[in-house]
Design a protein around this ligand. Structure first.
Ligand SMILES: Cc1cc2nc3c(=O)[nH]c(=O)nc-3n(C[C@H](O)[C@H](O)[C@H](O)COP(=O)(O)OP(=O)(O)OC[C@H]3O[C@@H](n4cnc5c(N)ncnc54)[C@H](O)[C@@H]3O)c2cc1C
Length: 395
């Protein structure tokens, strides 16, 4: 038997790590505070298996997304899980967006996005997405959709089959060093491990604090909301239609995605959540909001991005504003096509003291405890490659 390893967090990253460690013979125990796995980011996302278009060349996001996409595709094929390469079109709606589109094309080529095509002919654009409007685009035919909750459950079955334990309803509230090892506490349970790996998503800074980790980066929760397209109008979207993202911001912009179960959703936007698990405007935590406001990076961030913040919040509250943004990409879209808001997700975005938003995946270490400090999109795509990376470079 290898080492005794504890993992905090039963999202896709924690479970992928547990699976890889159990497979190599370590004695693995995964602790998840909820009654089921994948209840937070992993179960509330767009379901896109990214092909690596946007990420800074040589970043962890670029390399681990490319490797992770292939691993997810193979895993789905092996287990018979839903996976469809519906393809993604990133569309420049007018000439002002061409320089940013060129940059995406440049990064995509360096990152080795397979079979990427540049489209400057509207007729070709319409062959791919007949209802989309734009002056130019890049097309990634292997960008896919899947169901990350189902994948997480299938990985968890492998963990159990290899002798690992998954303890649900175990909220980690303390950790203490003990002769070079770590004792992990929940209110009703404790145990000691050679190594602990923290993959706690929206709570990764809080759990880091339990073991004396740096306060920075802090997690800034950003909610992403979705509207669903009426079933009789889903023919407007064949695969995925994305805007050219604003390079100053780490989110991709509201897009149209045909999901793996054939519903089409429009989103996610990015609005500050008023609680770490603030899935709607009604879910508010005075503690989380106060802690965000008194973080030194709050005011530099607000100063830099307030215009975009106002725009996103107003589109969240006023349907017509959301509709106007979406219609730029599909002129035939009617406001009544947006039928209902579906389950939102909250992104765990790491945020420095100086107000900067961390772009890349980030791993830190305090003695025998390894801390995933930033694992936003495309961490679901990259999950199995992140697991290999952590084991190879940090364990
Ligand atoms: C709106 C949205 C859209 C996205 N779209 C995509 C996409 O299309 N493609 C993609 O690749 N990525 C996407 N992402 C990002 C992706 O979902 C995340 O990067 C990924 O799920 C992160 O997985 P995780 O395991 O790190 O975190 P999580 O899934 O959040 O899991 C963390 C777990 O830790 C548990 N936990 C926290 N604290 C404790 C504690 N003290 N004790 C025990 N357990 C604890 C939580 O309950 C949770 O289950 C999206 C995210 C959002 C929010």
């Amino acid at each position: 038997m290898g080492q005794r390893i504890g993992i905090v967090g039963g999202g896709i990253v924690g479970v992928a790590l547990a699976r890889a460690l159990a497979a190599r013979g370590d004695d693995v125990t995964l602790l998840e505070k909820e009654a089921r796995l994948a209840q937070h980011q992993t179960g509330h996302n767009s379901g896109v298996v990214h092909a690596g278009l946007y990420y800074a060349p040589d970043s962890l996001k670029a390399t681990l997304c490319a490797a992770g996409r292939v691993r997810i595709r193979e895993f789905c094929a092996e287990k018979g899980l839903p996976f469809r390469e519906v393809g993604k079109l990133v569309v420049a709606v007018d000439d002002s967006e061409i320089p940013a589109l060129n940059e995406i094309e440049r990064r995509s080529r360096i990152n080795g996005v397979p079979d990427l095509a540049r489209i400057d002919d509207p007729a070709r654009l319409h062959e791919i997405e007949p209802h989309a409007a734009g002056v130019a685009a890049v097309h990634s035919p292997h960008t896919a959709v899947t169901d990350y909750s189902t994948i997480t459950e299938a990985m968890a079955q492998d963990v159990r089959a290899a002798g690992g334990r998954i303890l649900l309803g175990h909220d980690v509230t303390g950790m203490s060093h003990e002769n070079g090892r770590v004792r992990v506490h929940t209110p009703a349970w404790d145990d000691v491990f050679d190594r602990v790996i923290v993959c706690a998503g929206l709570h990764s800074d809080v759990v880091a604090g339990l073991v004396g980790g740096e306060a920075s980066p802090r997690i800034l929760p950003f909610r992403g909301e979705y509207w669903e397209l009426a079933p009789q109008r889903t023919h407007l979207v064949r695969g995925m239609i994305y805007p050219v993202p604003d390079p100053r911001f780490p989110f991709l912009g509201v897009h149209f995605t045909r999901g793996v179960y054939d519903t089409v959703h429009v989103g996610p936007n990015a609005v500050p959540a008023l609680a770490r698990e603030g899935y709607s405007w009604r879910r508010w935590s005075a503690k989380d909001t106060w802690e965000s406001l008194r973080w030194p990076g709050a005011w530099p961030l607000a100063k830099q991005h307030w215009r975009m913040g106002v725009d996103e919040i107003s589109a969240s509250l006023i349907k017509r504003r959301w509709y106007r943004k979406a219609r730029r990409f599909i002129p035939e879209l009617r406001m009544s096509d947006l039928t209902r808001k579906t389950a939102a997700g909250v992104r765990a975005q790491a945020w420095g003291r100086d107000g900067s938003l961390l772009d890349d995946f980030a791993v830190d270490r305090v003695g025998p405890v390894i801390l995933l400090r930033n694992a936003p999109s495309p961490a679901a795509t990259s999950s199995m490659a992140i697991a290999d990376h952590v084991i190879a470079h940090h364990l």
